[in-house]
Design a protein around this ligand. Structure first.
Ligand SMILES: [Zn+2]
Length: 316
């Protein structure tokens, strides 16, 4: 048994639910993954987590519980109409957990969780103003202003992937055109293979791959493929110019990138920063860094959920 204050972090996903016991330094002491779809009711899942922790004598020092979940509402602790979860409608998850564990529970969505994880344990440690940009299937963002996550009136602040960067641009999953994530995301990069106009397109190695992925683009660029390099440059430029506009809103000290594309390494982030500074208003030029997260992607959700406890629960 551990004799210090611990948080239980839970990351609920469509396929797996991962939970971990985390201390205030960000060390993970116990971690387990279970299949979300194995549990017909959310109560069954909560009971399973409780039983696993009890079996391992890990319940005693938990000071609170943080949960990251798709469509998690930070205001009421509910999961609301999450399309990829087995439980439909509105699930009062925080209250189910609080009843079972007799401890406070906070629920939040993935993007805000990531911002909290970076602030407490990652490269944004000590920063009061920064924005996390998750480059996955889509583009997510978590905004921190003056040390607090920005939630907005309905908890939906930070849908930055749906800022429109091209008036008559690519059709987005949201039904509108030209959203940032149709260009800057793993799927956006794949779309660029077909839709980015270039004289180097025909001779690119990417044309020989049946269903190229964003990772194929990254690898081809590393091998010197001109078209792949152009795509990544176009992606960095689109993001950088958009971040230049974002600076007008909250004057951040840093943008923290993570997700698959960020792992290209510092060269991508440096390129984004260059384009951002080129496009920025004079008063912002050179004032913000574009950083790459140093937390492992897999841990961001768990550490962020734990950070909900240490940061939000403990001090609210
Ligand atoms: Zn959109």
């Amino acid at each position: 048994m551990l004799d210090r204050e611990l948080a239980l972090g839970i990351d609920i996903g469509g396929t797996n639910t991962v939970f971990a016991i985390v201390d205030s330094e960000g060390n993970i002491h116990f971690e387990k993954s279970i299949k979300t779809k194995d549990f017909k009711q959310p109560e069954d899942l909560v009971n399973e987590i409780y039983n696993q922790l009890q079996k391992n004598s890990l319940l005693q020092n938990i000071i609170g519980i943080g949960v990251g979940a798709p469509n998690g509402n930070p205001f009421n602790g509910n999961i609301e109409f999450a399309p990829n979860l087995p439980w439909k409608g509105i699930i009062p998850l925080a209250s189910i957990i609080e009843k079972k564990f007799n401890k406070s529970c906070k629920v939040d969505n993935d993007a805000n969780i990531a911002a909290l994880g970076e602030m407490k344990f990652g490269v944004a440690r000590g920063l009061k103003n920064f924005v996390t940009i998750t480059l996955g299937t889509g583009l997510g963002s978590g905004i921190v202003v003056d040390g607090r996550v920005v939630y907005g009136e309905n908890g939906f602040a930070g849908e930055y992937g749906h800022i429109r960067v091209e008036k008559e641009g690519r059709v987005c999953g949201c039904g509108r055109k030209g959203c940032l994530e149709t260009y800057v995301s793993a799927t956006g990069v794949v779309r660029s293979i077909r839709e980015h106009d270039s004289k180097n397109q025909a001779s690119s190695i990417l044309q020989t791959i049946a269903h190229p992925t964003s990772l194929d683009v990254v690898n081809a660029a590393k091998d010197g493929d001109k078209f792949a390099t152009e795509i990544l440059d176009f992606t960095a430029k689109t993001l950088g110019e958009s971040l230049a506009d974002f600076m007008c809103f909250s004057n951040p000290k840093a943008f923290v990138l993570f997700g698959g594309l960020a792992k290209i390494g510092t060269s991508f982030a440096e390129n984004v920063e260059k384009y951002m500074n080129d496009a920025a208003l004079n008063i912002y030029k050179g004032k913000a860094k574009v950083l790459v997260s140093d937390l492992h992607d897999k841990n961001v959700a768990l550490l962020g959920a734990a950070a909900l406890v240490f940061h939000e629960l403990k001090y609210s």
